[in-house]
Design a binder for this molecule. Sequence first.
Ligand SMILES: Nc1nc2c(ncn2[C@@H]2O[C@H](COP(=O)(O)OP(=O)(O)OP(=O)(O)O)[C@@H](O)[C@H]2O)c(=O)[nH]1
Ligand SMILES: [Mg+2]
Length: 311
Amino acid sequence: MGKSTLFNALLKKQQAYVANFPFATIEPNVGVVPVPDERLEKLAAIYHSPIVPATVEFVDIAGLIAGASKGEGLGNKFLSHIRETSAICFVLRAFSDPDVIKQGVKDPKTDFEVLKLELDLADAETIENHKKKKNPDEGELPLFSKKPFLIVLNVDEGDLKKSIEIEEKYSNELSVGKDQIVVISAKTESELSELSDEDQKAYLADLGVEKSGLERLIQKAFKTLGLITFLTAGEKEVRAWTIKSGTNTQTASGEIHTDFVKKFIKADVCDFNDFVSLGGWKGAREVGKVRSEGRDYTMCDGDVVEFKIGA
Ligand SMILES: Nc1nc2c(ncn2[C@@H]2O[C@H](COP(=O)(O)OP(=O)(O)OP(=O)(O)O)[C@@H](O)[C@H]2O)c(=O)[nH]1
Ligand SMILES: [Mg+2]
């Protein structure tokens, strides 16, 4: 509980973000949110160029309640909206506010079990329908239970400074890894989204936390999904790109332009810290900190890259 509150807070941040990136509103329940990345600001300071962050797409759906597969509540047909997502984020109520009563919401453990069961039942239905088809061997079957997931524990504001203990507690109680649990206060995120960057930092410091919920959510999502970021930097823009960990240079170049993969020649690569301390490409080249890598080099998180592409 708190999905829409959190979703709306994330979208507000998107609107507030000053970047020349065409954030498309796709549907009212789909939002494209920039990935906060402090490295981009450091790169922008070198080139005085605009920042283009990597993005994550969030889809907000209605709540599943017990019996949803049999039509209880709003049923489960709306699950089709998240059939193609890379991961599922369960938002569980762990805040106490007695003024907020919601039918079907009990406690994080029970609620999580209900959600998992309902997703399993929806999967069973998918499999049944698939078997009825003429060629049941054909086609992919995206099942909800096979998707990586994260759990957002929507806690009271005052509990944010106890995040680590709470994550530990629920990691045991729900039998999931600590890296899959994110302690957030949707209410706080909502309030933060109304503030300037500076005021946000002050507010977070008051609460005894370093990073906003969005930052922690995205960090954990990257970990869970095995994603890393590489960077490009120049006068035109500084930009973050998302790839699967283990991707080689040639495949990574395809993120920038699909044509790059075919025409790939080599990549100039510099570690982020060297790049910043040496003031960019020119300085890094002068002291030999830019490596020339072939197609098989495995990209690392934070690599600053310039691809060399043939005609
Ligand atoms: N006190 C408090 N109230 C919250 C918090 N998050 C959500 N609420 C309240 O809980 C109610 C439901 O929140 P929503 O964000 O609409 O929950 P949801 O998960 O989208 O609900 P469904 O879409 O109906 O499944 C609203 O009245 C919110 O104001 C929170 O962190 N603290
Ligand atoms: Mg909602």
